[in-house]
Design a protein around this ligand. Structure first.
Ligand SMILES: O=C(O)[C@H](O)[C@H](O)COP(=O)(O)O
Ligand SMILES: [Mg+2]
Length: 302
């Protein structure tokens, strides 16, 4: 069924808003593009809150922790508290600590990613190496080749390799990560988004960081961000909402809209300020089609 276009349709917009009690908001490509907030975003969230709607921020961006995101939201004029924020670094930490629960000592994580992952792993008491450690932010040396090959530079307690968006990925980190996977470590990814919408264009996404390891091992990582229903279950478990009264708002079909559809939410709204273009769901046989769409989030202000 073709999605309902709401931009400029006042009665359609109020019918849409009245239909839902809770809105799950994607961030990159919907609220902002990098550090550039889209005009009218603050007012649109205020409008929904003024109508008693619950708002949860659900982002695949693992570079920040929930408290980092709270700071970013507040810095952009969006009042929020940590409890309203669900990010892929957090859902990954929960999965590792509370679901995977590998027996010690071989339960340490080798991180390919930024501080957001480290903060959330720490908050769940999960040990890790790699990540933002400056010891890995350098060129590989002959000593590295030798030490990696004979294992003297590897940590035998690493049982998991977790890959997220890493702005400092390099040959040395990939070499360590590969060795751990080759030794049987679990291959996890915070998310597999191919590109990152930022500064009104696109940059390599987390999914593009794990590709070299997929290529080397032939393994696919277990992805813990949208559209993973493990994340939806965790959100529902935390907020105890009726899925039929919830709507997922996002800029990507393969993560956000699919997340809402497979999560059996009452609705999905696609916003055309990020990754997905209308032509993608208009294509013959398009697998994922949103229920509604707007040109930009602020169109919900009518
Ligand atoms: O590369 C990435 O990790 C993604 O592009 C980014 O995280 C998307 O974030 P979201 O749109 O889910 O807020
Ligand atoms: Mg997005």
């Amino acid at each position: 069924m073709a999605p309902i276009y709401l931009t400029g349709d006042k009665s359609g917009i109020s019918e849409f808003i009245n239909k839902f009690d809770i809105f799950l908001f994607d961030c990159d490509g919907v609220l902002w593009s990098g550090d550039h907030i889209f005009p009218g975003t603050v007012e649109t969230l205020e409008l929904l809150r003024s109508k008693g709607k619950k708002i949860i921020f659900v982002t695949n961006n693992s570079t920040k922790s929930r408290s980092d995101y709270q700071k970013k939201l507040i810095s952009m004029g969006i009042p929020s508290n940590v409890d309203e924020i669900f990010a892929s670094a957090y859902s990954s930490a929960i999965y590792i600590a509370r679901i995977l629960k590998l027996p010690a000592p071989k339960n340490k994580v080798f991180v390919l990613g930024e501080s957001g992952i480290e903060t959330e792993l720490k908050s769940e008491g999960v040990e890790f190496i790699g990540g933002t450690d400056p010891a890995y932010r350098r060129d590989i040396t002959p000593e590295d080749y030798k030490g990696i090959a004979d294992g003297s530079l590897l940590d035998e307690n690493v049982g998991i390799v977790l890959v997220g968006l890493d702005f400092h990925v390099n040959y040395l980190k990939l070499s360590h990560a590969y060795q751990y996977l080759a030794r049987g470590a679990k291959f996890l990814a915070t998310n597999t988004d191919s590109i990152l919408p930022s500064n009104h264009t696109f940059f390599p996404g987390a999914g593009s960081i794990s590709i070299p390891l997929i290529n080397m091992t032939g393994q696919q990582p277990t992805a813990l961000g949208k559209p993973s229903q493990a994340m939806m279950d965790a959100i529902e478990g935390k907020f105890l909402f009726d899925r039929k009264t919830a709507c997922m708002i996002g800029d990507r079909l393969d993560t956000d809209v699919r997340f809402g559809i497979e999560g059996k939410l009452g609705g999905t709204l696609a916003v055309l300020t990020g990754v997905t273009k209308k032509s993608e769901w208009e294509a013959d046989g398009a697998a994922v089609v949103p229920a509604y769409y707007v040109d930009r989030l602020s169109d919900l202000r009518g």
